[in-house]
Unconditional design. Structure first.
Length: 133
């Protein structure tokens, strides 16, 4: 489908961009420059991986019960960004890594904050259950 093709193209170009920026990220002694590069990749991941295609099909019990649901990237996109920027993965491997790790679940806003402050520890929030995709 056009959507799937669009997604693959985005991730492919993003992987190319990451390979381009990786040397700058690892070579710069300027912490602020590192932050800018990482934030750029994190934002690009967010915009490229927030589609239904990246949804795990899961929702927390609280989100299901209250209907208060937001997208929560289960590995934390900052973690994914740092991981690929500090890796020596090839472009193709980066694409695969993103497709596997930039997935998201539905949680409540509160649960999202709890996960952010607890290194994505899902044992600290309500149970994840399958939601029909």
């Amino acid at each position: 489908s056009k959507m799937k093709l669009n997604r693959e193209y985005k991730i492919k170009v993003l992987a190319e961009y990451i390979v381009m920026m990786r040397n700058h990220y690892n070579d710069t002694p300027v912490e602020l420059m590192k932050k800018f590069i990482m934030d750029g990749v994190r934002c690009d991941l967010y915009y490229s991986c927030s589609t239904k295609a990246f949804w795990t099909g899961m929702i927390t019990k609280n989100a299901k019960r209250t209907g208060n649901k937001i997208k929560e990237h289960q590995h934390g996109l900052k973690n994914v960004a740092v991981e690929v920027l500090t890796s020596d993965l090839t472009k193709a491997e980066i694409q695969k890594y993103i497709e596997k790790n930039a997935t998201w679940n539905y949680t409540t806003k509160e649960e999202n904050q709890i996960l952010k402050s607890n290194n994505q520890d899902y044992s600290k929030i309500s149970e994840l259950i399958w939601e029909t995709k």
